[in-house]
Design a protein. Structure first.
Ligand SMILES: NC(=O)C1=CN([C@@H]2O[C@H](COP(=O)(O)OP(=O)(O)OC[C@H]3O[C@@H](n4cnc5c(N)ncnc54)[C@H](O)[C@@H]3O)[C@@H](O)[C@H]2O)C=CC1
Ligand SMILES: O=C(O)[C@@H]1CCC=N1
Length: 278
């Protein structure tokens, strides 16, 4: 098996060339990965055209001989298409390849069965990876050595932060928190923008105020040694405006509903494994 010290020496094959693949490929190209050392299998014409236009990467409509040179294979298909995509691509892939799956829910045991390899890392990224501000949870099978983990880290590092979880089941929690999480933030942004408009602000200003508030509060939480609860209390003057809003949310059970919603995402991740992992 060849040894590699930098990402630029790897040939990386993507099975699926949609949103997540674009985020990773964009990060890799920006870090100097040659487009010629990226292989993509993507059946959708428009998606292949986007890859060529955005990154100069030529994608194939179906798996073929070009996959034989892959050192690392990134599985970026929907959970429901993973098994078919795996069966179609597996005969073309070298047995030495390291596999990195970003598919929500699909367990390593299923992937290993479909591919005949245990060299598998599962990743749960999120869409801020598109702007190099992603957060990714990673889990490695015991068969992946430290060099394999380092290869994965080099790829994921192009999209932002990452952490390793010890148990595969914890990836369902990562999926529910940070994988789906950007959608929760966007929902709050939508509501804040609507409220701003209802209070008489122009839409552009309402959006700017909402987005900048999330950016600022997140930066403050990231840099502070205080818990979010303490930071919240500092904003909340007794008898003031924040107290009026937070009391309303608490009386309506917003925190409990929010936690229950995140648990629903975790549950759905488990169901995906049962529905599409067989
Ligand atoms: N979008 C998100 O926020 C996140 C998505 N994920 C996971 O990433 C995976 C991909 O999601 P997206 O990129 O959002 O989906 P997407 O729909 O944008 O991309 C999937 C691509 O796979 C292609 N495809 C379908 N069948 C194929 C086959 N047999 N072989 C090769 N390619 C095939 C489709 O044409 C499509 O372009 C999913 O498993 C999802 O669970 C993980 C974290 C976050
Ligand atoms: O909604 C989904 O299933 C995927 C996984 C995390 C974000 N999007």
């Amino acid at each position: 098996m060849p040894t590699h010290t930098t990402t630029t020496h790897l040939t990386i094959a993507f099975i699926g060339g949609g949103n997540m693949a674009n985020a990773l490929i964009g990060g890799l190209i920006a870090q100097g990965q040659p487009a010629a050392q990226i292989e993509v299998v993507e059946p959708w014409d428009e998606a292949r055209a986007r890859l060529l236009q955005s990154f100069g990467v030529t994608a194939q409509a179906a798996p073929g001989a070009a996959l034989a040179r892959a050192d690392l294979v990134v599985w970026a298909v929907k959970p429901q298409t993973f098994r078919d995509a795996a069966h179609a691509a597996a005969p073309h892939l070298p047995t030495t390849a390291l596999h990195l799956s970003v598919a929500a829910g699909i367990p390593t045991a299923s992937i290993a069965r479909w591919l005949g390899s245990d060299r598998i890392v599962r990743a749960m990224p999120n869409t801020p990876a598109l702007v190099q501000r992603g957060m990714t949870g990673l889990f490695a099978c015991p068969e992946v050595d430290s060099a394999g983990r380092a290869q994965v880290e080099q790829v994921i590092a192009t999209t932002g932060q990452w952490l390793w979880v010890e148990a595969e089941a914890q990836l369902d929690a990562v999926t529910a928190l940070s994988g789906s999480g950007p959608a929760y933030v966007f929902l709050f942004l939508e509501a804040m923008e609507q409220a701003g408009i209802a209070m008489g602000l122009p839409a552009t200003q309402a959006r700017q105020l909402a987005v900048a508030t999330f950016q600022g509060a997140s930066a403050l939480a990231a840099q502070s040694h205080e818990a979010p609860e303490v930071l919240r209390q500092r904003v909340t003057s007794k008898g003031g405006t924040t107290h009026a809003a937070i009391s309303h949310m608490q009386a309506q059970g917003v925190p409990e509903h929010f936690i229950a919603a995140i648990r629903a995402a975790e549950q759905r991740a488990r169901e995906l494994a049962q529905e599409f992992g067989e």
